[in-house]
Design a protein around this ligand. Structure first.
Ligand code: AMP
Length: 215
């Protein structure tokens, strides 16, 4: 099965589309953001180390995230990976290429989700998720049907991320433009880049991604 990267700034919809692909195509989502948030709550040394960096909106070190991805790739058999939020630097991109080559796997597409900054601020500052099933909501564009209750699983554990605020977002965007956006040129040069309009309706974005995967 194809291995893909979803590339785009914070709030572009990478996580939402990744979840869709997991449901519809039984692909495996590998989100370094989720892995780091897990490490944060587990209270390990590494968790403590990354918590502050994440809350400020900065990138954690390449060594840490490459280590996390390496572990996951070793633990998962097969393929059909969706790299969500990884790689975020050129060093991570090179490391991923080496890791995939080592296990005889390929990278099939890098899908860039294009959005403009004004939309990102609005999307991110209203975002909340269900702590139990991971469903993503928004105060204005996608509220829960019943206040405080997840539509999908009925949980009341609705949470906002510590870094989904205007200050941290500014840093996250700056980090994206400085360190991650060069990956667009990197993958374009390798002939692997595809772009979709991330501002379209969620279903339309899903269909655009499906078209790329079915090519
Ligand atoms: P995300 O959930 O993808 O928005 O990631 C949340 C935060 O986790 C980021 O702002 C970074 O602090 C950290 N993070 C996630 N993935 C990476 C990565 N590939 N490289 C460095 N830091 C990361």
């Amino acid at each position: 099965m194809a291995n893909i990267i979803l590339l785009g700034p914070p709030g572009a919809g990478k996580g939402t589309q990744a979840k869709r692909l997991v449901d519809e195509r039984a692909m495996v989502q590998l989100s370094t953001g989720d892995m780091l948030r897990e490490a944060k709550t587990s209270g390990t040394e590494m968790g403590k180390l990354v918590a502050e960096v994440m809350e400020r909106g900065q990138l954690v070190t390449d060594e840490i995230v490459i280590g996390l991805i390496e572990e996951k790739l070793a633990a998962e058999s097969g393929g059909g990976f969706i790299f969500d939020g990884f790689p975020r630097t050129l060093k991570q991109a090179d490391a991923l290429a080496a890791l995939l080559a080592r296990t005889g796997q390929t990278l099939d597409s890098v899908i860039e989700m294009q959005v403009d900054d004004a939309a990102l601020v609005a999307r991110i500052t209203g975002r909340f998720t269900c702590g139990a099933c991971g469903e993503v909501y928004h105060d204005v564009t996608r509220p829960t049907k019943v206040d405080g209750t997840c539509d999908v699983c009925g949980s009341h554990d609705l949470k906002r991320r510590a870094d989904d605020n205007a200050d941290a977002l500014k840093t996250r965007l700056m980090e994206y433009y400085k360190k991650t956006s060069p990956l667009i040129g990197y993958y374009y040069a390798k002939g692997q880049l595809e772009s979709v309009d991330g501002l379209a309706e969620m279903d339309a974005v899903g269909e655009a991604i499906a078209k790329i995967l079915d090519k």
